[in-house]
Design a binder for this molecule. Sequence first.
Ligand SMILES: Cc1cc2nc3c(=O)[nH]c(=O)nc-3n(C[C@H](O)[C@H](O)[C@H](O)COP(=O)(O)O)c2cc1C
Length: 365
Amino acid sequence: MNTSKILNIILALCLLVLSFKIALKGEETASETTSIKTKNDMKTLLDKTQIGNLNLKNRFIRASIEDRTNQGFIDKEATTELYVNLAKGGVGTILSGYTVIDEREKDMDIFAIYDDRFIDQYTELTQAVKQHGANFLMQLVQLGSNYRIKDELTHEVPGMSAVANLKTGIVPKAMTRDEIKALVDRFAQAAVRAKKSGFDGVEIHASHGYLLHQSATPYYNRRTDEYGGSRENRFRLTIEVYEAIRKAVGDEYPIWIKVHSEDDFEGGITHEDCIYLCKELDKRGIDAIEISGDFWSGRGNKAYYREIAAKIADQISAPVIVTGGNRDFDEMEKMINETNISYLGMARPLMQDPGMIGRYVRGRE
Ligand SMILES: Cc1cc2nc3c(=O)[nH]c(=O)nc-3n(C[C@H](O)[C@H](O)[C@H](O)COP(=O)(O)O)c2cc1C
C-alpha cells in the first residue's frame, strides 16, 4: 500500500468520526428543541391561533363598546380614528359596538345595519382597520324593551311577552310567530350586509338584557307556544337566529355569540341554561362563544366569569372567550393555562388605553 493510499484511508476514517460526532450533536440539538417545545406548550397571551379560517395574532379581543352615531350614520373621522387606534394599539381582534338590525331602533344612535345603505360607510371603516392587522367583527343586536328612550317612545317595541322591562319599564308587544320569523330574517340579512361590508365575522348579542337574552328567561318569556316554557323552547329563537345567519353567510364565515351566564333576578338565566345553549350551538358549528353576564354592578377587577366559562370550555369544542374584569396579564396567562378558556375579552381597559396590548407585546419581545 503506498503512502497516498494510507493517507486517504486515514482521511476517510477522520471524516467518519467527524460525521458521527455531528450526528450525535444533531441528536442533542433535537432533544434540546424537544424540551424547549415542551416548555412552549404553555399557552401565552401572544400565541398566534386560528378560529376556523380566521387568524388571530394574539389572544386579546376588544369586547364590544357602544358607538355614537346619528341614527346609525357614523362620524367617519371619529369612528375611524377610534377603531384604527385600537388596531394600531395591538389588540388582535375587535368586536364593534352593538349594531341595530331593525329600523325601529335607529334612535338609539348606535351602529345600524338594517339597510344596504349602511354598507359603504362600514366598507371604508373595515378597510382602514384591517390595514393595521386586526380582525374586525360586527356585533348584531335586537334591543327590544332594553331601550334607552330619548324623549318619548315612538315605536312598537318587540318582545317575547308583554312583561315590563325591569330596567326601563317599557312594556313590549308580544311578537306573533310571523314577527318572530321576521326578526330571525333581520339578523340573517344584517349578517349578509356585515359580510359585504368587509367585517371578518359577526357576533350575535344574546346577553345584557336585550331581546335574545330576554327570550331565554322564564321571567320575560311567558309564552305557551314553541318559543316559551321548556329550556329547549326558550332557546329556540337564539338557535334559529344562529341557523338563519349560518344559512345566509355560508359555512366559512365566522359567527360568534355573546351569551349571558347568570342573572340576579328570579326567573333569570341560570348556569345550566347557559351551558345548554353553548352545547346546542357548539353542535351546530358556532365558531366562538363569549361568556358574559351582568358587568355593570361593580364586579371588581378579576375575571368574574372564569368559573362558568371554564366549565363551558370543558364541555364544548368551540373556543371560549371570557369577558369582564380582565385586568392583570399574569392572571390572564395563568387562566388560559389552568383552564380551557382560549381568549380574553377586554372592554373598559382598552377604552381607556387602546395601546396597552402593544406595550405588553413589546415588553415580552
Ligand atoms: C360604555 C360601555 C359600552 C358597552 N357596550 C357594549 C356593547 O355594545 N355590546 C356588548 O356586548 N357589551 C357592551 N359593553 C360590555 C362590555 O363589552 C363588557 O362585556 C363589559 O364591559 C365587561 O368587560 P370589561 O370589564 O373588560 O369592561 C359595554 C360596556 C361599557 C362600559
